[in-house]
Design a protein around this ligand. Structure first.
Ligand SMILES: [Zn+2]
Length: 356
């Protein structure tokens, strides 16, 4: 495969090597489950990173069937407790279509405006993070002083001065903030407020740009605190880095280890036990095979694990069923496979008759 044909320069030329790929879905329902789980995992990830600040913080992703609806975390539910089943399906008027909790008013006003104004934005994140808020207080764009910051070179970032410092709870204010977004904006620095990020193809992409922007803010604050003049990356080099780093797929790739770790640490996040589609297994699998547990677990550890071939659950093995579905939902990550293998081995040891 030529470099030009690749979605990432990191894709190996050598055939037969595992490399993360976007998941492929059989239908919209399966994609919806995936987006919900990834959004809930994003909340856990942000909690682990210390991004939570009271109820200020929201993540959204469009519904795969109706782009005028989006999924989001409920108001005042701690990030560290969010499960896929807790998420709300909301319309652009802030009406909860699915879910039992209230929606965050500021989250609805801002995110609905962003989604409404920019059909190309699939997902968006916002939190009151320390470095993002500190940088936003300066009312400046991030400068290309690292490869991380080069990801926001040019149109990759927006500086929003509208409604600076005012709590955005009125819809008109939300529209003025959203209007400052560009079609290629990855992060928006809202003056005296904080950071917003946008993903065009996945929740993971929006999460990655938020994490990267928060880090870029921290780095520039620390670099400037030394009192030494900053060495800017030359324009040509910054544009080169942006070309290779600042793509939706690259952001998704960058986010995979973070999501793998989050799902390993918080396997309960995939819970979809409330509001399952009629006839579906609670895990969300739509085509359920019921092979012997042992055989399927051993199969799941094959080198083909990264090829998204697994779309089933194991009804007879309750402890494993969610995990096996997880393989389908989360692109068969190698770390999850390792975790499954260790769970399986310890389970077998516990269930083995004591012959001594
Ligand atoms: Zn806010």
């Amino acid at each position: 495969m030529t470099v030009a044909a690749k979605r990432s320069v990191y894709e190996p030329d050598q055939a037969g090597l595992a490399f993360p790929r976007y998941p492929v879905f059989a239908d919209a329902a399966q994609e919806r489950r995936h987006r919900r789980v990834r959004l809930a995992a994003a909340c856990r990830l942000f909690a682990d990173l210390g991004y939570e600040y009271g109820f200020a913080g929201h993540i959204t992703v469009r519904d795969p069937e109706d782009p005028n609806l989006y999924w989001t975390n409920p108001f005042a539910l701690e990030f560290g407790a969010v499960k896929a089943s807790d998420l709300l399906l909301v319309d652009h008027d802030g009406r909860v279509i699915e879910g039992a909790r209230a929606v965050n008013r500021a989250g609805f006003v801002l995110h609905a405006a962003i989604h409404a104004a920019h059909p190309g934005i699939l997902a968006s994140c916002h939190c009151h993070t320390i470095n993002g808020m500190a940088w936003a207080a300066l009312g400046r764009r991030l400068e290309p002083i690292t490869q991380t910051a080069c990801g926001f070179y040019g149109d990759g970032q927006a500086l929003i001065t509208e409604e600076a410092g005012a709590v955005v709870v009125e819809r008109g204010a939300g529209h003025s903030v959203a209007a400052a977004f560009g079609s290629d904006t990855k992060v928006a620095i809202h003056q005296n407020h904080g950071l917003f990020s946008a993903g065009q193809e996945s929740v993971e992409e929006a999460v990655w740009w938020f994490v990267a922007a928060e880090r870029a803010c921290e780095i520039q604050l620390k670099a400037e605190a030394t009192g030494h003049p900053l060495k800017l990356v030359p324009e040509a080099n910054a544009a080169h880095s942006a070309k290779h780093l600042a793509t939706p797929f690259m952001a998704w790739l960058h986010a995979q280890p973070m999501f793998d770790r989050t799902l390993r640490l918080h396997p309960d996040v995939i819970d979809l036990s409330t509001g399952p589609r009629p006839g579906a297994h609670p895990c969300g699998a739509s085509r359920i095979e019921r092979p012997p547990c042992r055989q399927r677990l051993e199969t799941s550890m094959s080198p083909n694990i990264n090829q998204n071939k697994y779309n089933y659950c194991i009804g007879r093995c309750e402890w494993a069923s969610a995990v096996i579905c997880c393989i389908s939902e989360f692109s068969c990550s190698s770390s999850l496979t390792t975790w499954i293998a260790s769970r399986y081995r310890s389970r077998r040891r516990r269930s083995r008759p004591n012959t001594t």
